[in-house]
Design a protein around this ligand. Structure first.
Ligand code: MV4
Length: 493
């Protein structure tokens, strides 16, 4: 593989290109008109504009992307996450054009993309499942009968859904028929597939996922787990590896189950099996994600592997160069998603210009981004600015390092989720490891953010206190009119 095209944008495009470059592989960026000046475009060896800002007219233009590959002599496509990354039809077209898709086969994607077939596949390998309907259910009377057997509350899930899309909670028997009708019609309009199934609702679970890596020679290993329970409306906010609650035995059991799911669909490349873990530490298969995930860096930090390089090597037909026994967990890693959202205003996207943008540095601190100071955050895409990842010798050190890195992160011009992340990292429930997917609704209220976690305001407040205790009101007046307060200014006073 000599030249790859990255069918994505932003931080993941840049992150993939860096690994390709280290492997001596040339890179091609595609970009929309909104991303013309983004670092990932500049970083690539070649870059082609694919269309106007909306994703449907640019990053989702599969045929156009394949045509660009042919024109430029590209021999591999890396899809990143989102966009075309889990589109089996795109994979088939890529392969038909004689280009290598850096990811699993279209068949594995189809099998896992449909949640019912994923469950049926996993079940053959005795992977634990949450009690529920065996297959699709459409008959309303049958649904009510089954619901009574399973017990309430329960969830109706769309087979073509996933990641929390197309789920409905049913609290009691009288709601079953109504919710079933709505779930089916919603599934038809959202996914073009009305198949739904029922599951008992596991309340207060943890969301723990296993990272896998498989080659095309029948080898598959697990790169341990990621704890992803800190979520808001099915959007992960903070991820860590390893989980604070898994024992070595449970880790091995979950890892081996995940490997079995991968083997059942003849998986190759990097993939993730999601589990729910209850308060008794029972675990249940949820779904498999057939792509590299946003939060993959925490697994890289604790294993020392570069997952993108491994993906490329597998796509080139190489065998995995290590076995399960070679893999060990080294230290602890945490990732926070830095989003242009206002946590004091219901996490509303706060797009605008990055007036100040300075990233934290130092040992064990990694920032995956594709922004520079002065850039606008486009309204057309996900509001994630960056991923901030830290690695420490243990969980305590990783939390301390993350809090320091958050303080050192200087962003002005837009509100971000950084102060909210600091709130979570300092919370007793997070520090003790006793939390589940209910953390945010249970513990967070917008009033709890005094914004003192934002660096600029922290300096300003220290400065204010200093002025109040030491100086007369005239000096204070001067300081108020002297523009942004830097530490240098603070030291000089
Ligand atoms: C569940 C569940 C509880 N019980 N299924 C959410 C995303 C998708 N991967 C499946 N998900 C869930 N499925 C049953 N039977 C809980 C989740 C879930 C969740 C639910 C509410 C709030 C946050 C959540 C985070 C992860 C998973």
């Amino acid at each position: 593989m000599k030249k790859i095209l990255i069918a994505n944008r932003g931080e993941i495009a840049l992150r993939v290109m860096r690994s390709a470059k280290e492997m001596g592989i040339k890179t091609v960026a595609i970009y929309s008109e909104a991303d013309r000046n983004a670092p990932f475009v500049n970083y690539a060896d070649e870059a082609v504009c694919v269309g106007p800002p909306p994703s449907a007219q640019s990053y989702l233009q599969g045929d156009k992307i394949i045509a660009i590959c042919k024109e430029l002599g590209v021999d591999g496509i890396h899809p990143g996450y989102g966009f075309l990354s889990e589109n089996a039809d795109f994979v088939r077209k890529v392969q038909k054009a004689g280009i290598t898709f850096i990811g699993p086969s279209a068949d594995a994607m189809d099998m896992m993309g449909d949640k019912l077939s994923a469950k049926a596949t996993a079940k053959k390998y005795k992977v634990p499942m949450i009690p529920g309907s065996e297959g699709a259910i459409s008959d309303l009377a049958e649904a009510t009968k089954l619901a009574k057997e399973i017990g309430f509350p329960l969830l109706i899930k769309a087979s073509a859904g996933g990641g929390g899309k197309g789920m409905r909670l049913v609290e009691k028997e009288s709601e079953v028929e109504e919710q079933m009708k709505m779930a089916i019609s919603e599934a038809i309009s959202a996914f073009g597939n009305g198949a739904v199934f029922i599951e008992k609702y596991a309340s207060g679970p943890r969301h723990i996922e296993i990272q896998l890596l498989a080659d095309n020679h029948g080898n598959c290993v697990y790169l341990f787990e990621r704890e992803c329970s800190i979520q808001r409306r099915h959007q992960k906010v903070i991820e860590e590896a390893p989980s604070a609650v898994l024992t070595p035995e449970l880790r091995k059991a979950m890892g081996e189950c995940a490997v079995n799911v991968a083997k059942a669909c003849n998986y190759s490349g990097a993939g993730t099996v999601e589990f729910l873990v209850d308060d008794q530490l029972n675990f249940y298969f949820l779904e498999m994600n057939t792509r590299l995930q946003v939060e993959h860096p925490v697994s890289e930090m604790i294993t020392g592997l570069d997952l993108v390089k491994e993906q490329i090597k597998v796509a080139r037909g190489e065998k995995l160069s290590f076995t399960q026994e070679d893999l060990k967990i080294n230290g602890h890693a945490i990732e926070v998603r830095v989003c242009a959202e206002d946590p004091t205003n219901n996490f509303l996207p706060d797009i605008g210009t990055l007036k100040t943008y300075r990233v934290p540095t130092g040992p064990g601190v990694r920032v995956d981004d594709s922004f520079t100071e002065g850039m606008d955050i486009p309204i057309y895409y996900d509001p994630m600015i960056a991923k901030l990842i830290v690695h420490g010798k243990d969980r305590t050190e990783a939390i301390e390092k993350m809090l320091r890195a958050i303080q050192d992160y200087q962003i002005t011009g837009v509100e971000t989720t950084l102060p909210f992340c600091a709130f979570v990292l300092k919370h007793e429930a997070f520090v003790s490891g006793k939390f589940d997917t209910g953390f945010i609704p249970k513990y967070f209220k917008p009033e709890m953010l005094n914004k003192s976690n934002s660096n600029e305001e922290e300096v300003a407040s220290i400065f204010g206190a200093f002025m109040a205790s030491n100086l007369n009101s005239k000096a204070q007046e001067q300081s108020n009119s002297s523009g942004p307060k830097s530490k240098w200014r603070l030291n000089r006073v």
